[in-house]
Design a protein around this ligand. Structure first.
Ligand code: ZN
Length: 481
């Protein structure tokens, strides 16, 4: 056997490593496509939810920037010791989120002036949950040892690589296409790992905590193993809000609550991460989680996952071309100033906003969300994700049990809201209606009333509280007036 024959597979391996690294980053689009294949109306429902958020953002343009607090649970799902990241690293990542979502990150000063002027403060505070779904105290971190080596739905093997090289010769784009597509198909046919398996206890992951009330983050291995080499595949993914039961214009009946949340590759989580091997600088700074959180609150990539004609639905981010953008190379990161000349869509007279967390150039140059992106995220958090706000998370076991017997209907309502309560006497409770920021808008002074007049309230999401001594139970209701 000649050296040349041995060299070819080696070169191909180097190439695969390089090309996979080039296309590594965010699995958002892949996850969206996977789900759309299973649930055909999914993408349309996402668009309708987004359009509703735009309307809500416009209607509430003058609303105060009051800090909105979100309860977080981090599920560490580990197959090796290094994947079992420390509590300190979790705390570090939460602190980074709080900086980025409150415009407190020092590197925002580096943004070009024309884009600094567009930076918005999301006003979102992330807090590790202190009470679990059963009402018990918790650190807000769960740990699960798993047999699953990677939660990526890609099966790559050497035979596929040789087969692709036989078909494509030295056309590397062709090889890449074949092994990636082939690897995904092979995995699907063999019933291999699916992207959302980390969210299922019966598939080696861990079931979420109530996704209406908690923001679930899973941290696990998303590398692929190829010829004994661990290679980056994706750094994270998240689904946007869709079809929430408390959101006006509800058109979507599938229940996707079991997969709501954010999945992050362990090496990309936090800043001082011991395990950031091949990914290196590409994922430094904890910004992968910031980016995925943007998706979780309904944002798309700045380039809209398409060419210049494809938009992200946000008017204060300039157009960008997806194909031209995905060029981050972990071995050779550019200086941010060198990226400032990039203008993949010259027609709009604005260079690419490489400072944006939802951009696809070098992650190390990112330091802002725009004002309109922030308005969308806040509208989503006060709309379809509103369950994350408010006091339900700190419920006691008795409150959780009592809440199960508490019904409000119809929901949504325009006029009269009916109340019913099993297991307790409704006459013992005071009824209070609060808006989503916690301000009381109606107090029903006559105890025992089973109806509330909602006709004077503005459209929006409200919390109906039943209060008796130290027992307080809550239901969400949408008002459409
Ligand atoms: Zn993304």
């Amino acid at each position: 056997m000649t050296k040349k024959v041995l060299l070819l597979p080696f070169l191909l391996l180097c190439f695969v490593q390089f090309s996979v690294a080039q296309h590594v980053y965010c699995g958002h689009q892949r996850a969206m496509n996977n789900l759309a294949n299973q649930v055909p109306s999914f993408k349309q429902a996402v668009q309708q939810t987004f359009a509703e958020a735009q309307r809500a953002a416009k209607a509430n343009a003058s609303r105060s920037n009051e800090l909105l607090q979100v309860q977080v649970v981090v599920h560490v799902v580990h197959n090796t010791e290094v994947q079992n990241i420390s509590d300190e690293l979790v705390a570090e990542q939460i602190a980074i989120l709080n900086e980025d979502f409150q415009s407190l990150n020092a590197d925002q000063a580096n943004a070009r002036d024309m884009y600094k002027a567009l930076a918005g403060n999301a006003g979102i505070e992330f807090v590790l949950a202190t009470t679990d779904p059963d009402g018990n105290p918790t650190s807000g971190i769960t740990r699960t040892a798993t047999e699953v080596e990677t939660f990526v739905d890609l099966d790559l093997d050497f035979a596929a690589l040789l087969e692709a090289s036989a078909e494509c010769g030295l056309d590397f784009t062709c090889i890449q296409e074949k092994i990636l597509v082939g690897g995904l198909e092979e995995n699907a046919e063999s019933g291999g790992v699916q992207m959302d398996d980390v969210k299922r206890s019966d598939r080696g992951g861990i079931d979420p905590w109530d996704t209406e009330r908690y923001l679930n983050i899973w941290v696990t291995n998303l590398n692929i193993d190829f010829l004994g080499q661990s290679m980056p595949a994706i750094l994270g993914f998240a689904y946007p809000p869709v079809g929430a039961p408390n959101w006006p214009d509800e058109v979507f009946e599938e229940d996707l609550s079991a997969i709501a949340g954010v999945v992050i590759h362990h090496e990309a989580f936090g800043k001082s991460n011991a395990g950031d091997g091949l990914i290196g600088n590409l994922a430094d700074g904890g910004r992968t989680t910031t980016h995925e959180m943007g998706h979780y609150f309904g944002l798309r990539h700045v380039h809209g996952d398409g060419g210049c004609g494809e938009d992200d639905g946000i008017s204060d981010t300039p157009a960008a071309d997806a194909e031209q953008q995905a060029q981050a190379d972990p071995e050779n990161l550019p200086v941010c100033e060198d990226l400032y000349s990039i203008d993949t869509c010259p027609e709009d007279d604005m260079p690419d906003m490489v400072e944006n967390y939802m951009d696809y150039n070098a992650i190390t140059c990112q330091n802002l969300f725009t004002i309109e992106q922030v308005e969308i995220m806040r509208a989503m958090l006060q709309g379809p994700r509103a369950g994350l706000l408010g006091q339900q998370v700190t419920s006691t076991a008795e409150e959780i049990a009592a809440t199960q017997g508490f019904e409000v209907y119809p929901n949504p309502t325009a006029n009269t809201l009916n109340l019913s309560l099993t297991g307790y006497d409704l006459a013992d409770f005071e009824v209070r209606v609060q808006n989503i920021l916690g301000a009381t808008v109606t107090v029903n002074v006559t105890k025992g009333n089973t109806q509330i007049d909602m006709s004077e309230l503005n459209s929006g999401v409200y919390l109906v509280n039943l209060v008796k001594e130290d027992l307080q139970i809550v239901k969400k209701v949408s008002v459409l007036n």
